[in-house]
Design a protein around this ligand. Structure first.
Ligand code: NAD
Length: 356
């Protein structure tokens, strides 16, 4: 099968990540990069093209796919231009800054008969896949709560991410990944309602904190919390924290870190009414929060998960050749954008929003 020839627009942070990933990727030939800032092309690796403009990519008959890794506010126009040039497209997340933008992009893609998908490689994050595997295994019984949390400790929001006009803010940046993961975790489940708090804690223009509660019709309430400004004196290897918590009526699981550590903690039988022995703690006497009777709780290792971001492009290669579906489908992407609109509306009105 012929290699898929991919050229990338944007050689910034993500452009460099794509260069590392795709330089020697089976089934893919990385052609080169364009960037509106010529300085950004100076360190493009030997052997790759430095396109002088995006148009040069669109006109290059050797390019099969354009991968768009430019700022969020560029995705709409670049996708439409690439589609009109007959190029297949992978676009970085968030696909678009609004539903209207996405719909216009999809129209252009449809009119020109090109392939279009979005780079949501975080569906392969091992922490997420571990939490999903625990949920799917049924080992926790009827799951009622899932928490997905990400905290940064240094207050860092940088470059264009602090400007609304550029598509800045944490909802577009990380929120889209975290919501996409939760939607994908429960296939077929509808989201009945959304309640959210979305704040500019220190940034003038854009959100830098959010807490979002999604009530799914599979009886799970999922909470997503992200904070960029939880200042802390943690040491260098602890610039952030990532946590999952999954709770069911037979046990719970905690999954900590991107390469997770944690445990499944289960009961040997439902503990609806255990003898309320009085326990003295530093905070005073307790019965509800005392230790469980011996033998009623067991701990187990988390399942071992071996996913990685390159799996996204492995799927891309197979799907491009028609061997399977693209992992990331546009209706899923549209749903997450709608969800982000509901998040904003809930935060603005302080009300829960009916969703599906
Ligand atoms: N999937 C992920 O995990 C992930 C991670 C980080 C960023 N991203 C996404 O990647 C995209 C780029 O983010 P980044 O962090 O690399 O930003 P960045 O600022 O580091 O890089 C963007 C680059 O695009 C160039 N650019 C902007 N407009 C352009 C245009 N019209 N034509 C050509 N070049 C243009 C800029 O000069 C810059 O070099 C964003 O959409 C972002 O959301 C995705």
């Amino acid at each position: 099968m012929k290699d898929i020839r991919i050229a990338v627009i944007g050689h910034g942070f993500m452009g460099h990540e794509h260069e590392k990933m795709l330089k020697d990727f089976p089934g893919i030939r990385l052609m080169g990069f364009s960037d509106k800032d010529p300085k950004q092309l100076q360190d493009v690796a030997e052997g790759l093209k430095r396109y002088q403009s995006n148009e040069e990519i669109f006109e290059d008959p050797e390019v099969d796919v354009v991968l768009i890794a430019a700022n969020n506010n560029q995705h709409h126009d670049l996708v439409i231009q690439a589609a009109k040039a007959g190029k297949n497209i992978i676009c970085e997340k968030p696909a678009a800054m609004s539903l209207q933008e996405l719909d216009e992009m999809v129209k252009a893609v449809g009119e020109n008969g090109v392939k279009f998908t979005i780079h949501h490689q975080r569906r392969f994050d091992p922490d997420f896949r571990t939490a999903k595997e625990v949920y799917d295994s049924g080992t926790l019984g009827a799951v009622y709560a899932v928490k997905s949390q990400l905290y940064g400790f240094n207050g860092n929001m940088h470059d264009w991410h602090v400007f609304v006009s550029e598509g800045g803010g944490m909802l577009y940046d990380w929120g889209v990944h975290l919501l996409d993961q939760l939607c994908w975790m429960f296939p077929g489940a509808k989201i009945r309602s959304v309640f959210a708090d979305l704040r500019n804690v220190i940034n003038k223009e854009v959100d830098d904190y959010f807490q979002i509660m999604l009530r799914f019709d599979n009886d799970v309430t999922a909470t997503v919390e992200l904070g960029t400004y939880y200042l802390s004196d943690k040491t260098q290897d602890k610039w952030f924290e990532r946590h999952w918590f999954v709770a069911g009526n037979k046990g719970s699981a905690y999954v900590d870190g991107f390469f997770p550590e944690g445990k499944v903690v289960r009961t040997t039988h439902l503990l609806t009414n255990v003898g309320g022995k009085r326990t003295m703690t530093a905070a005073g006497p307790t019965r509800s929060f005392g230790p469980a009777p011996e033998g009623t709780i067991v701990t187990e290792a988390l399942p071992e998960i071996h996913t990685e971001h390159r799996n996204y492009f492995e799927n891309y290669v197979r799907a491009y050749h028609g061997e399977e579906d693209f992992l990331v489908k546009i209706p899923e992407v549209r749903r997450v954008l709608r969800l982000m609109d509901a998040v904003r509306e809930s935060a603005r009105t302080s009300r829960s929003i009916d969703f599906e």
